[in-house]
Design a protein around this ligand. Sequence first.
Ligand code: SF4
Length: 334
Amino acid sequence: MHDADEHRAGAASWQRQLSTAITDPLELCRRLGLDPTWLPGAEAGHALFAVRVPEAYLARIRPGDASDPLLRQVLPVAAESESTPGFVDDPLAERDHTPKPGLIHKYAGRVLLIASPACAINCRYCFRRHFPYDDNAPSMREWEATLDYLRGDDSIREVILSGGDPLASSDRRLAALVQRLDAIPHLKRLRIHTRLPVVIPARVDDALLGWLGETRLQRVMVLHINHAGEIDDAVLAACARLRDTGITLLNQSVLLRGVNDDVATLEALSERLFEAGVLPYYLHVLDPVRGASHFDVGDAEARELVEALRTRAPGFLVPRLVREIPGEPNKTPL
Ligand code: SF4
């Protein structure tokens, strides 16, 4: 189908949107009318962690505004090349907790599966920006070792699909995996951590809702939205479809300098999330990953922001402020 025909037929399929994402820093700067002085930094950052921005997300960024809070999440900058003490490749020491390729087991009762090494968008602050996905991208056959691990430990009640972005994987592959999880009697819940319904809302299609609607497991989807401007009408519609399928929707954000580090922005995010039927669950302080220190907001300021939010919003719209500390049995409230 030609682009014009596709446009007339409605939004392009999510697979096509995934494959046509912008992956060139020069194109990103050109498309957004950014001053050329941003380009050297964008290229330097891109060499460390590639640019990836789908069109549906690009459309929500204000052209010509380098301080746009959505742009800051995706534009590589020169500061990513600086080394900052304490900011490391594997800030959560996940490589110490992978009993099988693609399986992370660090908390009691739940395990995390790296269901896809790919993401729809590359977020500059991502704590897995250096994760060795090549060693942790099992084939369907290799999942068997992981499934055996799950079958053999009846203390595990919840499986978390993560990535990358698990929904970057095909519905056929995901449905096959979830069918096998369904057959493990002690599993109760399926949790999916994803940014795809936000960055490419067309991902929430009949095929996805089909297998999500069929599993006997209780389903929780944890979205990742950092700013109210990310929630456009298409995202609202995608969230409504997910809720209609009986899925509990939660959100986790990362507190990011220059993106959401003021109380009015956090309040607007909580309000907009609730309009979308999503509860603002976690606000994470930044994990100290190499290349992202320019996003850091200190703990004292983070606490002040959440206290200020508490005076402006009902309790259910105030996310829990947490830090993940390697070796701790749970996330640490701040
Ligand atoms: S794993 Fe999540 S935060 Fe990291 S780049 Fe992918 S979508 Fe962004």
